[in-house]
Design a protein around this ligand. Structure first.
Ligand code: MOS
Length: 719
């Protein structure tokens, strides 16, 4: 069905199963180890052999020779496939780095061989015996040098008014440059696949992937197969964060290994290979200029940023929010991609805004201080209900000011000490900071199939659950639509045999996939009504009610099945659909060491209808925790001479957990955005990371009086 008449659909507006806090259905399975992750699916196919990858030891150049003889003769080894054995595999639309094949190396740890053996240990030992000779090319990996070169060049992506005149006339200005480092998704479950391509014909893939349909398409393109011959199955995923949006080397190597040995092969990327073999969030350098009158109203905003990308790559669009967030009549936004020989920069949770707001929201704090204004007030003064870059494209719904005011009240903002370095608790300086949050909220077309039999409903869709709660909210949606109890609904996900969904990414998963299940349920209602010979029927309390006739769904002749998809066509493109929020943080900065501890955090979210306050809260505090890492510890250290990330494991790349943070609270405005989806919901999974790192940085400044513009805020920068 097409999504066209949103405001007229009020069927979810009463308090029902949708909107109720419900625990994740997969929670007990995951907590007890009975939800198998990709590498643990020992039962799906017999005779699984073990693959182990080898990564390139240079960042750019050619492989002049590979000697795999010793590896082939090693105990237990069934086959070795080297990159020189096959033609370069095509680069699909979604990958900007070549995954395998040919002699060219485009980035460090690009896969160059796979060993298949009877055991994991044998495969790993044999991989270490492969001798590789390289002819390296010069590399470029210095973003500082690139930004110095690129600054002032190129066309702005947004230009409104006369920025230069506004700065010349401004009463108060700010001009500051901020740096965010490259970051890794660092999800708990590594990329892993079991592939059965034994006869080189039909291919079955058990893997960990956010986007089933994209994976099928990429596999078909990569191996020249008909999509119908490929099955991808990914029911449980141990985190993705954007790192599993695309086909990666684990699947490709397992497939090539399987074809070579004529048996199914399982392969996980070893943790030390993930940071350089797969994707990451690019570092950014962002120069931000703000101009304002003494009244605190911004008159101009300029944001010029650079990130790194492979020759055909995407980088990190850190200016993403700047055209839309704050009012100002004059605005210029410019984005540079520095072509570099680092691994592939690509989407990581809230690609664009997550890095962009780390800079913009410190700049707003600095400007508020220059103006002698409260930072909350400064943002309220510069809110707008009119899209500042395109007045003809209105916001569907925007409650940023309400987020700021609710947050300030709940957090006790008015009681904070406004003089930096003036509040202590023992050996710790204590400070408070806040930041605004903005994140786009797209939707993708999403389909589902529903089948009712003996009063039980089965929902099937290739939607994934990356730890977000998809199983749970889709069951809630179907139960509510069909008037069933939640326990009468079974949800099956992640299999390409099911109808194509949005998949999980870009905080579009929950809003899109629930819409698809809703569409399928409406189709099922139609079918049931037709079966009963009525035009319209109501579904509640396990019954279908038409006029004076009530029939229990359990008594219908069955099974009754329907499939449909929600198509978000032209209607939404007239609107700017986005989510808004406000973050508040209290930190302690140790007087002696400069160590920063986050004592409490609060987020207020304007994300449309909240489908399940429990799973939504978990998403937001997960984002806040990830933002804490971005603020304080996470950094892929770049070796600019050799063009690779040095700290490529979880010992050197430090990720915080909830227990590192004193207290985290989330408030949802629970607004209804009728433009966003039939359920009037929007994304929430990425809003939590947007702005939260800047709130911590601003709190650290308020605590210590040290202003750091260079993330992460490590101890050395605080003294
Ligand atoms: Mo998200 S970075 O699109 O999984």
């Amino acid at each position: 069905m097409d999504f066209t008449h949103p405001a007229e659909d009020n069927r979810f507006d009463h308090a029902g199963i949708v909107g109720r806090p419900m625990e994740r259905r997969d929670g007990p399975l995951k907590a007890t180890g009975t939800a198998p992750y990709a590498y643990e699916r020992h039962d799906v196919v017999a005779g699984q052999l073990h693959g182990y990858p080898l990564g390139a030891g240079i960042a750019k150049g050619r492989i002049t020779a590979m000697d795999a003889e010793a590896a082939r003769k090693a105990p237990g080894v069934r086959a070795v496939v080297t990159t020189l054995d096959i033609d370069p595999l095509p680069i699909s639309d979604d990958n900007t780095a070549r995954l395998f094949g040919g002699d060219a190396v485009g980035h460090y740890h690009q896969a160059i061989a796979v060993v298949v053996a009877d055991s994991f240990e044998q495969a790993r030992a044999a991989a270490g015996l492969i001798q590789v000779s390289y002819a390296p090319d010069p590399v470029e990996a210095d973003l500082e040098a690139a930004f110095a070169r690129l600054q002032g060049t190129g066309e702005p992506s947004t230009e409104v008014g006369d920025v230069d005149a506004a700065f010349a006339a401004a009463e108060v200005t700010l001009d500051a440059t901020y740096r965010t480092p490259s970051q890794s998704h660092a999800m708990m479950e590594p990329h892993a696949s079991i592939v059965d391509w034994s006869d080189g014909g039909d291919m079955t893939v058990w893997t960990s992937n956010q986007m089933i349909e994209w994976a099928c398409t990429a596999l078909a393109d990569t191996f020249g197969l008909d999509k119908e011959r490929i099955r991808v199955d990914s029911p449980f995923i141990g985190g993705g964060f954007g790192g599993k949006l695309f086909l990666r080397a684990d699947t490709v190597l397992a497939a090539l290994g399987s074809r070579a040995v004529g048996a199914p092969v399982k392969l996980a990327l070893p943790r030390p290979m993930i940071m350089n073999n797969t994707t990451h969030r690019s570092a950014t350098i962002q120069r931000i200029r703000l101009a304002a009158g003494r009244d605190g109203k911004l008159t101009a905003i300029e944001h010029e940023a650079a990130s790194h990308a492979l020759p055909d790559g995407k980088g990190e669009s850190s200016t993403a929010q700047t055209p839309f967030f704050y009012a100002a009549p004059n605005r210029r936004v410019t984005e540079h991609l520095a072509r570099m020989h680092l691994p592939e920069a690509n989407a990581m949770r809230a690609p664009g805004e997550a890095a962009g707001l780390m800079a913009l929201e410190i700049a707003m704090d600095e400007m508020a201080e220059k103006l002698g204004m409260d930072p909350v007030r400064f943002r309220i003064v510069n809110d707008t209900q009119v899209n500042p870059s395109d007045p003809d494209m209105p916001f569907s719904d925007r409650h940023f000011v309400e987020c700021l005011e609710r947050g300030a009240a709940e957090f006790g903002w008015d009681a904070r000490n406004t003089a930096p370095g003036a509040t202590s608790d023992g050996d710790w300086w204590v400070g408070h900071g806040m930041a605004g949050a903005y994140r786009g909220s797209p939707t993708l077309d999403s389909g589902a199939r529903v089948r009712l039999e003996a009063g039980k409903l089965v929902v099937e869709t290739d939607m994934t659950d990356i730890g977000t709660g998809s199983y749970t909210i889709l069951a809630q949606t179907a139960a509510e639509a069909m008037g069933l109890e939640i326990d009468d609904v079974e949800v099956r996900l992640g299999d390409s045999a099911y109808p194509v969904s949005s998949g999980s990414g870009g905080q579009f998963g929950a809003v899109s996939a629930t819409s698809g299940v809703y569409a399928a349920c409406l189709a099922l209602q139609d079918r049931i009504a037709r079966q009963l010979g009525v035009n319209a029927a109501e579904f509640r309390d396990g019954k279908v009610i038409a006029g004076d006739t009530q029939t229990a769904l359990a008594d219908l002749d069955g099974p009754v099945e329907a499939e449909d998809k929600m198509s978000f066509g032209d209607f939404k493109s007239d609107y700017k659909v986005a989510t808004f929020g406000a973050h508040f943080a209290e930190v302690g900065v140790h007087r002696g060491t400069g160590e920063i501890r986050v004592r409490r955090m609060l987020a207020v979210c304007d994300s449309g209808r909240i489908l399940n306050p429990l799973t939504a809260r978990s998403q937001v505090i997960g984002g806040m925790t990830m933002a804490t890492g971005a603020a304080l510890s996470e950094e892929l250290a770049t070796d600019t001479g050799r063009s690779y990330f040095v700290n490529h494991d979880l010992a050197g790349y430090e990720v915080p957990v909830h227990a590192d943070i004193g207290r985290q609270d989330v408030i949802f405005l629970d607004t209804l955005d009728a433009v966003a989806s039939p359920l009037k919901a929007k994304g929430v999974g990425e809003l939590g990371i947007c702005g939260a790192a800047a709130a911590i940085a601003n709190a650290a400044y308020n605590a210590s009086g040290v202003r750091v513009r260079d993330y992460p805020l490590t101890l050395d920068k605080m003294v």
